[in-house]
Design a protein around this ligand. Structure first.
Ligand code: DQA
Length: 138
């Protein structure tokens, strides 16, 4: 089953970016981890909000389930939320435990329209989200 795994800004720098918070797994390793769980996972990353909104429209048009790590956009982008609302099913993932971090990270504009939100499990959060989506479709 095709699943879109969509990663927002700065997530391409995993493995070198704030490793105390986000861990040592690189973005390339994250892609492999996702494909080990779901071989047909299409894993993408962008720093451009319009591109991300286009991918969410694609998910809506093709009926493709989504795992979304919106990065910082998730805290404030109503445009991203409006696009995410269109996906047939969407699980929000954050590597870090956002509730334990700065106040501005406590708010998610995505959570209310997500089937589930997984935070603080590092890359395992992606595994859990993908397994759940695979199970839903079985
Ligand atoms: C993040 C948490 C966000 O607050 C932050 O802006 C990110 C990464 C996470 O995966 O923990 O870029 O989404």
């Amino acid at each position: 089953m095709k699943i879109l795994v969509l990663n927002g800004p700065n997530l391409g720098r995993l493995g070198t970016r704030q490793t105390d918070v986000y861990g040592l797994t690189t973005y390339a390793e994250l892609v492999q981890i996702c494909q080990d769980v779901a071989p047909e996972a299409d894993v993408r990353q962008t720093d451009d909000e319009a591109t991300m909104i286009g991918w969410l429209h694609e998910a809506a048009d093709t009926g493709t389930p989504v795992v979304l790590n919106p990065g910082a956009w998730g805290h404030y982008s109503y445009a991203l939320r409006d696009a995410a609302t269109l996906a047939p099913v969407l699980i929000e993932v954050h590597l870090s435990q956002t509730a334990a971090r700065e106040d501005f990270r406590h708010q998610s504009v995505i959570s209310a329209i997500a089937k589930a939100t997984i935070t603080g499990m590092g890359v395992d959060g992606y595994r859990v989200a993908l397994r759940h989506l695979l199970q839903m479709s079985a």
